[in-house]
Design a protein around this ligand. Sequence first.
Ligand SMILES: [Zn+2]
Length: 217
Amino acid sequence: MLLEELRTAVVQVGKELAASGLVLGTWGNVSAREGDLVAITPSGLPYSALAPEDIVVVDLEGETVEGKWRPSTELPLHLAVYRKRPDVGGIVHTHSVGSMTLAACHHPLPPFTEEQAQLIGGRVPVAAYAPPGTEELAQAAVAALGEGKAVLLANHGLVGVGKTVEEALLTCQVVEKSAQIYLWACLLGGPVLLSEEEVRSLRENFLRNYGQKGAGG
Ligand SMILES: [Zn+2]
């Protein structure tokens, strides 16, 4: 993929993120990786005004390769995930209400909806608290994420990953929706959780059978 396409994909997902209400103002951030290069949203610019040339391109050590702005302050977190997970091609970080509620209570999101089981493949853990933008937060997030698709940042927000940046956005949308349903379900005494075996079977069937052959998830 050309660098220009990578930057355009980051802009499109950033605008969709803002439009879907998962972030307010300039909070949250979006990145996509191609090989050893990462295209990431700039620090403090509103999503509505973003153009591909505003996206900063850095290497895996965080050195700017192209771009006129400073990269997102959560760059260390994005880089730590990419370094640890060669399968990840996109990362989205949101400050969405349902996920932040769970994150504020250090409460993981258990698997209880079929879409969470299918797309996320299990519970969403909470990373240990660390201040935003720090290497400490990056390491805590990577440790809690493991081989998973999403992690809650204690007292902060949500990070979702995917093979592409579009898939990372879908991860965040599904986790946020599940988090909101979970909170409502707790008012009715708590959801009935899916068993580990059921979650595994839903995930495996989804990976095997969903969508058109060769077209991906
Ligand atoms: Zn944040």
